[in-house]
Design a protein around this ligand. Sequence first.
Ligand code: GAR
Length: 226
Amino acid sequence: MSKIAILISGRGSNMTALLNAIKTKNLDCHVVCVIANKKSQGLEFAAKRNIPTRLIERNKFDSKETHEIKLIDVLLSYQPDWILLAGYMAILSPKIIEVFGGKIINIHPSLLPKFKGLDTHRRAMEAKENKHGTTIHIVTNELDGGPIIAQSEINVLPSDTSETLRHRVLEEEHILYPLVLEALTKKYLEIKSFKVIWHQAPPMFELENKAIEVSVKPFLKIKNIV
Ligand code: GAR
C-alpha cells in the first residue's frame, strides 16, 4: 500500500478530492499525513477525518532553510512513497527535492509550460488564450518545469472572467489529481527517476457525460472538446 503525504497551504479542495477518491475508489493507498505551512481550512478538515496533521508554520522559522529542514524531518518520519502538493504555496528548495527526488508531485493551474508561477487565470485571460487548464507534474529544481504527468484542457469561453476560469479549472483539478493517484496506485502510470511512463489511461467514469479526447503519450491529456 502506497503511503501518501499531502502538503497544503489553504482551502485544500484538491486534498479533499484526493481523500474522497481514495475512499470511494477504494485506492490502495494511505494518507500518512497532511502538512500545512500556515493555518488553513484544509488542515482542520483533514484532522476531522482523523488523518495525522502537522502545522509547520513558515513564519515560526527564521529562514526558508530552517523551515524546510523541519519539513524534511517530519516527512522522513512518515516515510511517504509520494508527496502530493495540493495548493502548497511555497517554492521547494533543491535540498528537499534531492531528499525525495522524483517522488514530489505538484498540481498547477495552467497548461504548462504556459503561465508558470502565480495568477495564471488572469494572465491567461489577458493573453487572450482560447485554451487553459491544469497540469500535474513532477517537482524539479525548475519552478513548474518538471516532467508533465497529466493535463486537462478546457476551452476559454467568451463569457469567462478570471474567476469563472479559476472555478472551471478547479473542477478539472478535482477530477485529474484523483485520476493520477488512481493510475499510480494501479500501476497504469509509473514514475521512475523523474521519468513518467504511462501504460494506459485510468477508467474515467467521472467524465462519461463529457465530450473529451484522451491520449496518454507522452502524458495523460484530457481535452474537453466542447
Ligand atoms: C489549485 O488551483 C492549485 O492548482 C493551485 O492552488 C489551488 C489550490 O486550491 N496551486 C498553485 O497555484 C501552485 N503553484 P485548493 O487549496 O482548494 O486545493
